[in-house]
Design a protein around this ligand. Sequence first.
Ligand code: SF4
Length: 286
Amino acid sequence: MRKILIQLGIYKLVAFVLKRTSHFPIWSNLEIDIQSSCNRDCEFCPRFWDRTGVRKDKQGNQVITKMPSEKVYDLIDQACKLGFQGKVKLHRLSESLLDKRYVEFAEYIKAKGLHLHENTNGDVLKKNEALCAKLDGLIEHLTIGLYDYKNETEKQAEMAYWRSKFKKTQIVFSLPPENCTIRQGSKVYFEVQKNPKALDAPCTQPNRMMLVRYDGNVSLCCEDDGCHFDLGNVFEQSLPEIWWSYKHIKIARTLEKQSGRHQFDRCSRCYNGQERVNLLTEPFPK
Ligand code: SF4
């Protein structure tokens, strides 16, 4: 049915009308998942329990595939044509620096006047000084996950190392061992105490984020790597058709209200807005 509606141009027409009448602004963050894999298997990551074939297969082996380059360029071009000048990231639940095409995409994004922000576990960069030098300044803002330190001294040493490698890029650190977001699909989700009040909080992620998975399916938010809301696929529809679809706007408007999460199965179990959790079982050694 959807295919027929796409062929008839119905989605395009609805998006055109809603773009002009809904007062629903364009996204502020565009994330394009240029490839599917990650070299780590972290307990706090929603990839952890995936066996659907999106990130891991039934046996728990990694799915390794890439978005075609021409589609990556096409998405960047579509965003620019809409007047988007905000943040772009080249990953979803993946480690984008595993992709050898990263630098060419980064250069294209910069040439278009967009702002490249990235998250990494740092493993590729640690083995590649030349890549660090190439990306310094090309990436505007880099969040580096520190996952392996055992004490404060090691943590500070890691931070100093990364600051010495990047002089032009703004560096920040994510510290899941001490400051962990509770995410569905992770091992942590089932093991920590959750705050039921978080399930009543409004959520504005769908108003701000255009998230495209490597296979073209669009996620509603960071917690929807499974693309459970069936918003569309960029190989079949344009970004504006998906963003300004009736379905997307209706979901976003519902979730921005108090207790809106209870309207949707996935959201009704989402604790991502609650206070972060310290996973270190012992008091943090100085
Ligand atoms: S409440 Fe729903 S839309 Fe918001 S982050 Fe959670 S799963 Fe996503």
